[in-house]
Design a protein around this ligand. Structure first.
Ligand code: NAI
Ligand code: MG
Length: 364
């Protein structure tokens, strides 16, 4: 029996709806695969902020450090500035736990139509640098409210930071199709982006089996819409990766289905798994949110915890659910969040024969 202590932050809005749906599926999988999840629910988020003036307790990061992984829903509400929710919770977690890889797989799902007329199958991974780059605290504002008002924000790129994300992406590409695209803008951003290009090229010299292409971010965005099938692994800075992964998620159908992992690849600290979408205040409380992004993030968590067979079982079960025509509203169906999750659970049980006996539970 493999036991994992997981910190759960369901957070705000639809986070409160998709999280229980995913946990129900994971608990059933755990029973079948000889795993044991010890869920530690933390009521951090915007309600906590209203009561305490901060998104998480003073010792919150120390509490998280005691866990094998962090499973997050979404944070953000209309009446609290997003900068508080993001910099008060998500970014401190990503930085303190050196989750420098943000992995965002993007894949065509059964029966889910792409908004592109003729996209063909899409199966790619965006590897976003998650600790530095354009998301920096260095800078400031002056002359507030005056005609001379100005704002400066510095981007920060370090050799260590670029090397490690490039290396991770290259390894991933080597295990897939051997094609790596690096997002750049070295024609307009004349210091950091040429540096990014140089370091990525240096790292890739060690990977003779990986073909590297550098593409300017604007052309890459257009090309991703026109020819998504050409891409396999895309490595990008924090900002470019954020934008590209939303775009890539959207062209496969719905942002509600897109998962992500914030990884500390050395496993010195817990990694964090969360859907790409936010708290969706426009549909919160209606029971119609698509739980796939959360469930799929749960599969990425299983994988990272050393249970690839259980992860594959979970992905197969939600894909089967879609293939059976059970879909939430954003995917053109009328299933509720709980009805969708119920069908995933039924498929987990039905597919058990195909995914059993893999020895997952005892392998770690
Ligand atoms: P959003 O992702 O919450 O919503 C964008 C659109 O997609 C909305 O129309 C929403 O209804 C729809 N949508 C999103 N997830 C869905 C799902 N699972 N099923 C069905 N439809 C879904 O992004 P938005 O509106 O820009 O942000 C809302 C709040 O969420 C903001 O406070 C923002 O800061 C926060 N946010 C938090 C994130 C996080 O916790 N990691 C990530 C992105 C936004
Ligand atoms: Mg985003």
């Amino acid at each position: 029996m493999s036991r994992h202590r997981i910190a759960v932050i369901a957070g705000d809005g639809i986070g409160q709806e998709v999280m229980p749906a995913a946990i129900d599926c994971l608990d059933l999988l755990a029973d079948l695969h000889g795993l044991d999840f010890d869920w530690h629910h933390l009521d951090w988020g915007s309600d906590y902020y209203r009561a305490h003036g901060r998104m998480l307790p003073v010792d919150g990061l120390d509490v998280l450090a005691e866990h094998d992984a962090i499973f997050l829903g979404a944070v953000g509400v209309p009446d609290i500035p997003d900068v508080e929710t993001l910099w008060g919770l998500l970014i401190p977690i990503r930085r303190r736990f050196e989750q420098y890889i943000n992995l965002r797989p993007v894949k065509t799902l059964p029966g889910v139509r792409s908004p592109l007329a003729d996209s063909g199958p899409i199966d790619l991974v965006v590897v976003r640098e998650n600790n530095e780059g354009e998301y920096s605290e260095i800078g400031g504002r002056m002359n507030r409210g005056l005609a001379e008002e100005l704002a400066v924000q510095e981007s920060v790129f370090t050799r260590r930071g670029v090397e490690r994300v490039a290396r991770y992406a290259a390894r991933l590409a080597a295990g897939r199709n051997g094609r790596l695209t690096s997002a750049t803008k070295s024609n307009g951003i004349v210091h950091t982006m040429p540096f990014w290009d140089e370091v990525v090229r240096e790292v890739l010299a060690d990977f003779t089996d990986v073909e590297l292409r550098s593409e300017l971010i604007d052309a890459l965005a257009a090309s991703l819409v026109l020819h998504p099938g050409r891409y396999d692994v895309i490595v990008a800075s924090n900002l470019f990766g954020d934008i590209l992964s939303d775009l890539a998620g959207a062209i496969t159908g719905s942002i509600g289905s897109a998962p992500s992992a914030n990884l500390n690849p050395e496993r010195r600290h817990p990694s964090m798994f969360e859907p790409v979408h936010g708290s969706a205040p426009d549909i919160a409380g209606q029971g119609v949110a698509n739980p796939i992004g959360q469930i799929w993030s749960g599969a990425m968590m299983l994988d990272a915890l050393g249970h690839p067979a259980a992860a594959g079982h979970l992905v197969a079960a939600f894909e089967a659910t879609l293939a059976q025509g059970v879909r939430t509203r954003d995917l053109g169906g009328d299933a509720s969040t709980t009805a969708f999750a119920e069908t995933v659970r039924r498929n987990i049980e039905e597919q058990y024969g195909e995914h059993a006996g893999t020895g997952d539970g005892s392998e770690s």
